[in-house]
Design a protein around this ligand. Structure first.
Ligand code: DGL
Length: 265
């Protein structure tokens, strides 16, 4: 491993910034390349065949251009469908983002857990297998939110997202007797990396309080373990942001908090 590792963080859009933020905190010594495949957004609306055909060759180009030491697929929709073909095609280590069903079910007291992802993520066998293996007797409700990732993109880009639109997307997660805290959903898995970007809004619009499970800290720990000991210094200049649509970088400065204060080139 090089002294200053290059970590490439990949998503369909801005959602992966919720993962990047935690990885940068864990590894300030690394150089970061954030890639938003916004020309193909939203991934949740594509078939598995289309996503594999898009992401596998694109990743080859990104590896050739940026020579990363490690790649984080900061997207549940891509991870549950494309991680295996990516690992088969390239020798760079990949860290995926998959629905955090195991920790959610382990901590739920009411044994009612919801998984809030894109339609594709909740439909795929990978997610169903996680439930079979790790639900531990919990009742798990799968909720495919068709528009929530796009609402998060709009909110983060400054275009705004209406409360009632967000509330409608999350409503099916809330199952059971609203008046009985022992008999209703108490834990919701954020199974799309866009959703933690709306956490304040989700918390405010929830019909009752729940624990929202964001996998980003666990992903950051995994990245750090794979890279080994940190280098001696932070790399305050080291960040690049790539949009496959070639959209303008006008907003880059707004993203600096996610890059630990670096202004991405
Ligand atoms: N951020 C992506 C995820 O974690 C999905 C958004 C999309 O549909 O492109 O699933």
């Amino acid at each position: 491993m090089t002294i200053r590792p290059t970590i490439l963080v990949f998503d369909s859009g801005l959602g992966g910034l919720s993962v990047l933020r935690e990885v940068v905190r864990a590894r300030p010594d690394a150089h970061y390349v954030y890639v938003a495949d916004d020309a193909f957004f939203p991934y949740g609306h594509h078939t598995q065949e289309a996503l594999i055909a898009r992401v596998v060759p694109l990743m080859g180009d990104l590896i050739a251009a940026h020579r990363p030491d490690l790649i984080v697929i900061a997207c549940n929709t891509a991870s549950v469908q494309v991680l295996a073909p990516l690992r088969a095609a390239y020798s760079v280590p990949f860290v995926g983002t998959v629905p955090a069903i195991k920790p959610a079910c382990a901590q739920s007291k009411t044994r009612r857990v919801s998984v809030l992802g894109t339609k594709a993520t909740v439909q795929r066998e990978y997610t169903r297998a996680l439930i079979r293996d790790f639900a531990g007797g919990c009742e798990v409700t799968l909720v495919g939110a068709p528009e929530l990732a796009a609402l998060a993109e709009a909110a983060l880009s400054g275009a705004g997202a209406a409360d009632d639109a967000i509330a409608a997307e999350i409503a099916p997660c809330f199952v059971g007797d609203p008046a009985d805290p022992t008999d209703r959903t108490d834990t919701i898995v954020l199974a799309c990396t866009h959703f933690p970007l709306l956490l304040d809004r989700l918390t405010r619009l929830a019909p009752w309080p729940v624990a929202w499970i964001d996998p980003a800290p666990a992903i950051a720990r995994r990245v750090s373990d794979l890279l080994g000991p940190s280098g001696p210094t932070a790399d305050p200049a080291g960040a690049t942001m790539v949009f496959t649509s070639n959209r303008s970088h006008r907003l880059s400065e707004a993203f600096t908090p996610f890059f630990g204060g670096r202004v991405p080139a």
